[in-house]
Design a binder for this molecule. Sequence first.
Ligand code: SF4
Ligand code: SF4
Length: 430
Amino acid sequence: MPLWVGPMNTHLNGHKELTAQNEIVTVKPKGDVYIPLSNGNNAAVEVLVKEGDKVKVGSLLAKRSVPFIVPLYSSVSGTVGPVKSMMHAVLKPCDHLVIHDDGKYEKIQAFKPLDFEKASREELVDFIMNSGLQGCGGAGFPTYMKYKNPVGINTLIINAVECEPYITADYRTMKEFIEDLVYGTKALLKASTAKEAIIAIKKNKVEVCHKIQALLATEPNIRLFMVPDLYPMGWERTLVHKYTNKRYDKLPSEIGVIVNNATTAVTLAQSLKLGKATDEKIVTFSGDGLKHPVNVRVPYGTTIKDVVEAIGGYSSEDVLLIAGGPMMGKTITTDQFVVTQYANAITILKTKPEEALACMRCGRCNDTCPAGLLPVRINNAEAAKDLDLIAKLSADQCIECGLCSYICPSRIDVTEGVRRAKRALQLRKK
Ligand code: SF4
Ligand code: SF4
C-alpha cells in the first residue's frame, strides 16, 4: 500500500504571470550543441557517427539500447565533434556528443510519417520507440515502454496540469499546438488499448479549456477533466487518485491507468505527421534571477548559458539555478549544462541568504506532506545517521515535492534532509 494520505490542498503562488502571456522566443545555440548520450545513468550507447561527419537536423546520431531503446537524432546541422563529459541536469557528469552547429539548420526527414489510424497498434508502438520520444514532463522515461504490453488498461490520462510554480511550457505548447494535443492523445489512446482518455488541466486555464472542449466535440472517447489550482495536483499519484479515487503501489497501470504529459502528446503528433524527431524544445526560463523571463523554443543540446545570454542575461550576480521548477527541480551550480529533449523549465532565482531558525515543532511539514510522511522526523534521523529509523519512516516514499521546506516557518530546508536520507537508503540497498 502506498503511504500517501496527505491533504493535497496547498495553493502556491505560481508566478506564472511572468511567462504565461509572452510569445515564445526562438533561440539558437552560439556555436556547438552537446547531445547527452545518456540521462546520467551510464546507459550503454552506440554512437553511429564519427568525428568529422556532416549531419543535418534529424540525422540519427546514436542509439541507447540498455535498459531501453532510445535513438538520438541531431538537433542542428553541422559537423560531428568529439565526445565530451559534461554536467547533466540530473546532477551527474555524462558523455555528450559535440555537434559544431553550422547555423543553417538544414533538415532531413528522420523517419517516415505514420497514419496511426490505419496502422496496427504494434506498428504505432514501434513508431513511438523509433522516434526516440521521451516523456516531456521532466522525467524523460521512454514513452513506448508504457504502451508495449498494456494489460487491463481502462484510462489514459494526459497530464496538462503543470502545477509547479513558474513553469508555463506545457501551457504555451498547448496554446500553440492545440490540434496536435488532441491528435497525439488519440494516437496514445489507441496505443494504450484504453476505452477512454482524459485531458486533465487546471480549471483556471479557461481559454485553452474552451478550445480543447470544442475540438473534443467529435471525439466521444476523450474528455476534458478540470482540476483545482492546487499543488501537487499534477503529481501522477494525486491526479490518478483525483480521477479514479484509487491508489496504487508503484505504477498507475496496476489500477488500469497510463499517464503521459501533454507536451508528449503534442510531440508525438508532430512526429506522426511530419516524420520529425524531437529536435527542439519549448522550455520555460523564469524567475527573478533573469532580466526577461520567457518561454524559449531551442534546439536540444543548447547550453543554459547560451539561452540565458540570448534572452537578456541574469538580473543579479548571485543566482540559484534550478533544473526544473523550484519545488521538485534540482539545484545546479553551473550554467554549462544543456536543454534535454524532456526538459520543461529552468528556474533562476536571486540568492537570498536566510538563516534557518531552530525547529519549533509546529508539525506543519508533517501536516502538509502529500506522501503522508513525517519529514521533520526523517530530517532528524538523517542528521543522526540513523538508517534503520530512516527506513522505518519510509523516506523512500518521498516524491521530493519541496512542500516541507516551503511550509516551514523556521526556514529549515527539510526537503534537502529528506533527499539525503533517501540517498542514504538507496546506497544501503546497493
Ligand atoms: S519533499 Fe517533504 S513534503 Fe514533499 S514528499 Fe518529501 S517529505 Fe513529503
Ligand atoms: S515545519 Fe519546520 S518548524 Fe515546523 S515541525 Fe517542520 S521542520 Fe519544525
